[in-house]
Design a protein around this ligand. Sequence first.
Ligand code: NAP
Length: 311
Amino acid sequence: MTQKKLILVTGATGAQGGSVANALLLQKDFSVRILTRNASSANALALKTKGAEVAVGDLDDIESLKKAMAGCHGVFGLTNFWEHFGKEYSQGKNLIDAVAATNIKHFVLHTLTDYGKLSGGKFPVPHCDGKAALQVYCDSLGLPATYVQLAFYYENFLNFFPLQHGADDNWHFGFPQGDTKLAMASVEDLGEVVASIFNDPQTYIGRTVGVVAEDETCSSYAETMTSVFARRVVYNHIPRDVYAGFGFPGAEELANMFEVQRLYILNRQADKEESHRLNPGIQSFRSWLVKNKDQFASQFNVTQAAEAVGV
Ligand code: NAP
C-alpha cells in the first residue's frame, strides 16, 4: 500500500480551509494536517474526529509554520484579510517563505486579482491587491504553486449582505455592480476543486484557477431568489460613491471592489467552465438557496418581527 500524501491545510477551522480539509479527508491519496491557533476549538476538534492531525501555529510565527509543514507533501494556504487587514501581506509572506524552506511539492495558495492595477490605480481594493502581491512574490521564488481565486461567496447573503425589507414590501439587496455579471460560488465547493488540483499537479502547477459556479447579473440572482422564496426580491444598483459613503467598516473598499468588477470584469465564463470540470458537483445558486431556505426564512422572520415592534 502506498503512503498517503500529507497536506497541511491552513484556515481549516474556517470556511475556505474547512471546505478543503473536508474534501481532502475523503480522498484516498491524501491525509490532512490542519493549522490552527486554537487546537481546542469546536471546528478543530471536529476535523480531528474525522481523521485530521492538528498542528498549532500562527501565520505571524514562521517557525511554527515550518514545524507544521515538516513531512508534508503539499500545503493549502489561506490568509484572512478581514481579521488582520494590513498584516495580510506579512502573514502570507511567512507562509510562502515556510513553503520554500520545507521542500513542499505542491502549494495551492488562495489569491485574488489585483483590482488596483486593473483600474490603473484608481480603485485600490486591499483585500484583493495584497493577495495578488503575494502571488507575485510566490512566483518570484519559483515555487511549485497553483493559485485559486474564489468568487463572491453565496454565503455572503447569509451573513454580510442579508436581504432588507423595503417600504414596498419587497426584499432588496444592492451593490455597485450595475448590470455586469457577478461571479459567485458556494465556499463549500472550493474543497473539491482544490482536491482535483492536488490530484493533477502536472496540469495545475503554474496555473491560476478562478473558482466560479455562476456568472449572471444581480437582477437574475434576484429573480432566482424570488422564485425559490416565493417573495419578491429586487436588486438595486447603488452607485460607487453612495456605497462608499455608507460608513460601515470596509464600505469604501467594497464599493471599489464592485466598481472594478462592473467596469473591468465583464464575464468569468472560462473560469466557470473550468470550475465545473474540476468539481462536477458544484452547486448552482438555485440549489444552494433551496438547501439553505430555512436560514433565509429565519432572516425574513427576524426582520419582520423587529419591524412589528418598531426596532
Ligand atoms: P474564516 O471562515 O473567517 O476563517 C479564517 C481562518 O483563518 C480560520 O481557520 C483561522 O484559524 C485562520 N487564521 C486567521 N488568522 C490566523 C493566524 N494568524 N494564524 C493562523 N491561522 C489564522 O475565513 P474564510 O472565509 O475562510 O477566508 C477569508 C478570506 O477569504 C479573506 O482573506 C477574504 O478576502 C477571502 N475571500 C472572501 C470572499 C467572500 O465572498 N467572502 C471571496 C473570496 C475571497 P484559527 O482561528 O483556527 O487559528
